[in-house]
Each structure stands twice: as structure tokens, then as C-alpha cells.
Design a protein around this ligand. Structure first.
Ligand SMILES: NC(=O)c1ccc[n+]([C@@H]2O[C@H](COP(=O)([O-])OP(=O)(O)OC[C@H]3O[C@@H](n4cnc5c(N)ncnc54)[C@H](O)[C@@H]3O)[C@@H](O)[C@H]2O)c1
Length: 469
């Protein structure tokens, strides 16, 4: 890969775009208006840029143009205000790219069934940009991806018509670090790491983000920026796996993992608390490290931590199902035929995102074992048949004492903060709590990674004649 030298920083394309960014007269675009793209487009529009969102999904572009938000972290009033002032609009027509000065690509990066990267969304978005690329344009990839994507895949596609990255147009990678549902940190106040193809690309991308976001962190290359994101997500994945394994050990040893983590977290240095749970979920943590793993293997390196963490986290839904079976067994019941109410479908608290949610894995396993499944999640009104492997649609139960009490077992898989867990504990016949949502210990509550006060099953001793026979 070739990188332009520092001398290009004063080229006229760079100067012109820098001036337009400073004056907020640059026309900016965002491809992919999902959890990442819509908040980003809103930030650019709030900063004073005329911003166009581009998405293949006309329901999203229509919603934006009608001034409606479909992302919980983005208030509808804010979208409506920005649309009414003409700062924010959306379209499915990629031809608008010809009139834009900058574009951020925020499309999905899932894994294939083989755990190899699925680059088809990035390729499709970059093809659209390439068709309308013009001198002086700034292109920034935000989708999480393997190190090397920007320079090995995106740059050659954009340079195919003769324009050179870092000279005639500008290209950078900047990972999105948004944490949906986080009340403190959002797109605006999470520092933005930026690595460009050459210093002019880094400077322009930093200037664009600097106009809309509190802090930027330039790094030396797109590859370094790509790796930053993968380090962050691998760090989280591995630490969650570690605490999940500690929870399994605590479970075996009769120690309360929740008490242990809470006490360990009082250490003012050298420790950061992570919490166990039913497994990993979301579009990032269970997936992104395998992008790194794939790239490392391509280069003859065996990434052991990622594989091991994947195995530990991937086994957690099975452990939760064992816990549910154990709890029912203590009531002389089996999973087969029991009504099990899953509390929480979203992959983490207070959000509506069910992508890769371990709740769906637990539900599929329970369904395969003959459970009569129900669920309650205030953020997920419907679970469509194609969203999980059970193959049928379910609708949320109301969070009432009657609905809770009607189940043979309630499995708390997501700890949404709006749920009244005292009511759940009072109303349920039996609870398996994987999130430490229920305070204290109760004879009918089995907690993941904690000793139980639940009465063990009565052991039947055969009388003498039965034993001899
Ligand atoms: N969701 C998160 O919390 C989060 C956090 C950090 C990073 N990321 C990363 O950001 C990227 C986007 O994630 P997301 O959660 O916003 O995904 P998303 O599925 O919510 O949104 C992606 C959008 O891109 C659109 N799209 C797909 N292909 C397109 C194309 N060729 N042209 C135009 N639009 C297209 C889809 O219709 C969708 O609206 C991923 O790489 C993800 O790993 C996500």
C-alpha cells in the first residue's frame, strides 16, 4: 500500500475542503442510517452542516424525512427540528453523493456462518461512492472491520478511476464507539479516533469530526485506527469471558460471584469490574474480534484468547438452560412441558436491540427441550418468527404479577431497569436470575454464580427389597 507524504498537506483540494468544513458550508453525507449512522448524521446537522443520510431502506429514509427517529438514543424532536430547518434529509438515491463533500460509511459488518467477515455491505456502499467520487471528496469508513480494510479493499476500489487517495481525494478510517442506551456517553462526547491515508486525510477527517464531536484522537494510519476498535472490543469480550468462567467456578464452589466482583471493584487501581451473564450479545462484541482473528489467521497467527473467549461465552446459554433444568428439577418438574417466561430479550439492559442476544439462544434451547415459551420485554413488543430459531412469532407478556405467577419458571436474562424485580420475586413460583437483578437471597430464586438457599431435591432411598431386586 502506498501512503502520500507530508508534503501533500498543503494541496489545494485539502485547503478548499478544510475551508468549507471550517465555514460549515461542506455538504456532508452518511451512508447507513442505523444505530451508528443516524446519531452521527444528527451530530453533523446539529453542528451546522447540511447533512444527507443515504440508506437502502426506504422506511428509514422516509422516517427521517418525516422528522421521526427510530433509534431510542436519538430524540424524535431533534430529528424533527433538524429536518424542518433543512439541515437534515435522507434519500435512497446514491446519486446525491456527486454533490457531497464528505461521506461517512456506517453499514453493517456481520460474520458469515463460517465466522469469516461478510464484507458485502462495505463493498456495496463503496461501489456507490466510487461511482460518484470526485476530486476533493473526503470518504471515511466507520464500520468495524479487520485491520487493512481501508487501504487493501476500499482504497483500490476508490482509486480505480485514476484519482489518488490522500492527494486527489481523502480517505480515513474512524471507528464508531457508540454504546446504545448509555445515559452518559453518546456520539457527541466519546472521543473519535481517526487514521487517514496520509496526513491530509487525517487532518481533514479530524477537522470534520472536530466540528461536531468533543474530542478527536489522530493516529498514524487507518490500520492503527481499525486495530484500536478491535482491541477495545476484544478487551471486552475476553474480560466478559473471564468473569463468566469465574462465575462458573463460584457456582461450583458455592461462592457468590456478584459479591466477589462488587468487593474487587473497590480496588482503586488495576481492576475493572465486568459482570457475568447468559452470554454475549449485540452487533459488536460477539462478532468484531472474529474479524481480527480472521485477519491474524490469514497471516499465520493463531489468536488463542479470542477463540477461547468465544468458546466460554458461547457455552453460557447452555449453562443457563442447565440452571433452569436444575431449578425445575427441585420442584419435580422438567423443562419439557413447563411454561418458562423469559424476562428480557434485548442483549443488554434498557435497549431494544436483540441482535445476537443470548436470550434467543437460551429460548431456542428451551424450545428444543419442549418448554412452553413466553417472554416479557418492555423494549421488544414482538419477536418475529425469523428473528430466532424457534420459528414462530411471540409477543411480549405484560409485566404483571399474574403473568409472572402463571409461569413454572421465570428466567431473568436481561436486567432492564424499568422492571420491578421485587414484584417479580414476590409473584414468581421459581426464578433463575442470570443478572443479579433480584436483591437478597430467596428460597425460590436460583442465581447464576451464587449459592442457593433453594431446597435441594429429596433423595429417594429404595427400601431394602427394592434395592436387592
Ligand atoms: N450498534 C452499535 O452499537 C455499534 C457500535 C459501534 C460500532 N458499530 C459498527 O457500526 C457499523 C454499523 O452498525 P449499526 O449498528 O449502525 O448497523 P445497523 O444495521 O443499525 O445500520 C446499518 C444501516 O446500513 C444500511 N445499509 C446497508 N447496506 C447499505 C448500502 N449498501 N447502502 C446504504 N445503506 C446500507 C442498512 O439498511 C441499515 O439501515 C457496523 O460495522 C457495526 O459493527 C455498531
Amino acid at each position: 500500500m502506498s501512503r502520500p507524504s507530508d508534503t501533500n498537506i498543503a494541496n489545494p483540494q485539502h485547503v478548499a475542503l478544510a475551508e468549507r468544513i471550517a465555514a460549515r458550508s461542506a455538504r456532508v453525507g452518511v451512508i447507513g442510517l442505523g444505530y451508528v449512522g443516524l446519531p452521527l448524521a444528527v451530530e453533523f446537522a446539529r453542528a451546522g452542516f447540511t447533512t444527507v443520510g443515504i440508506d437502502v431502506d426506504s422506511r428509514k429514509t422516509d422516517a427521517v424525512n418525516q422528522g421521526t427517529s427510530y433509534i431510542p438514543d436519538v430524540p424524535t424532536e431533534e430529528v424533527a427540528r433538524l429536518v424542518s430547518t433543512g439541515r437534515l434529509s435522507a434519500t435512497t438515491d446514491a446519486a446525491v453523493l456527486a454533490s457531497l463533500d464528505t461521506v461517512n460509511i456506517c453499514v453493517p459488518t456481520p460474520l458469515r456462518k463460517t465466522k469469516d467477515p461478510d464484507m458485502s455491505f462495505i463493498v456495496s456502499a463503496v461501489e456507490k461512492v466510487a461511482a460518484h467520487l470526485h476530486p476533493g471528496m473526503l470518504v471515511i469508513l466507520e464500520s468495524t472491520t479487520y485491520p487493512g480494510t481501508t487501504e487493501e479493499l476500499v482504497q483500490p476500489m476508490l482509486e480505480a478511476n485514476g484519482l489518488r487517495a490522500g492527494v486527489d481525494f481523502f480517505l480515513a478510517f474512524s471507528p464508531e464507539r457508540v454504546d446504545p442506551g448509555n445515559p452518559t456517553y453518546n456520539t457527541h462526547n466519546v472521543p473519535k479516533v481517526v487514521g487517514g491515508v496520509g496526513p491530509a486525510s487525517t487532518a481533514l477527517a479530524s477537522a470534520l469530526y472536530g466540528a461536531a464531536i468533543e474530542c478527536t484522537v489522530p493516529v498514524s494510519s487507518p490500520q492503527a485506527a481499525e486495530m484500536v476498535k478491535l482491541l477495545e472490543n476484544t478487551f471486552r469480550m475476553v474480560n466478559i469471558a473471564l468473569v463468566n468462567e469465574i462465575a462458573l467456578m463460584c457456582d461450583r464452589l458455592g461462592i457468590d460471584v456478584w459479591e466477589v466482583v462488587k468487593a474487587a471493584a473497590t480496588k482503586p487501581f488495576g481492576f475493572m469490574p465486568f459482570y457475568p451473564g447468559p452470554g454475549l450479545g449485540g452487533h459488536c462484541i460477539p462478532i468484531d474480534p472474529f474479524y481480527l482473528s480472521w485477519k491474524a489467521k490469514q497471516n499465520g497467527f493463531d489468536p488463542r484468547f479470542i477463540e477461547l473467549a468465544g468458546q466460554v461465552n458461547g457455552a453460557m446459554p447452555h449453562f443457563v438452560v442447565e440452571k433452569i433444568a436444575e431449578a425445575l428439577n427441585r420442584r419435580q418438574k422438567s423443562i419439557n412441558g413447563s411454561t418458562i417466561l423469559v424476562l428480557g430479550l434485548a442483549y443488554k439492559r434498557d435497549i431494544d436491540d436483540i441482535r445476537e442476544s443470548p436470550s434467543l439462544d437460551v429460548m431456542t434451547l428451551l424450545h428444543q427441550k419442549g418448554a412452553r415459551l413466553r417472554y416479557a420485554d418492555p423494549h421488544v413488543p414482538v419477536l418475529s418468527a425469523r428473528a430466532w430459531h424457534g420459528g414462530f412469532e411471540l409477543r411480549t407478556e405484560p409485566l404483571t404479577a399474574d403473568a409472572i405467577g402463571a409461569a413454572d419458571c421465570v428466567a431473568i436474562l436481561t436486567g432492564h431497569s424499568t422492571v420491578d424485580y421485587d414484584m417479580v420475586a414476590r409473584s414468581a413460583a421459581l426464578v433463575v436470575d442470570t443478572r443479579n437483578a433480584i436483591r437478597g437471597s430467596h428460597a425460590h430464586v436460583l442465581k447464576l454464580g451464587a449459592p442457593s438457599t433453594m431446597v435441594p431435591p429429596a433423595v429417594t432411598v429404595p427400601d431394602r427389597e427394592e434395592a436387592v431386586a
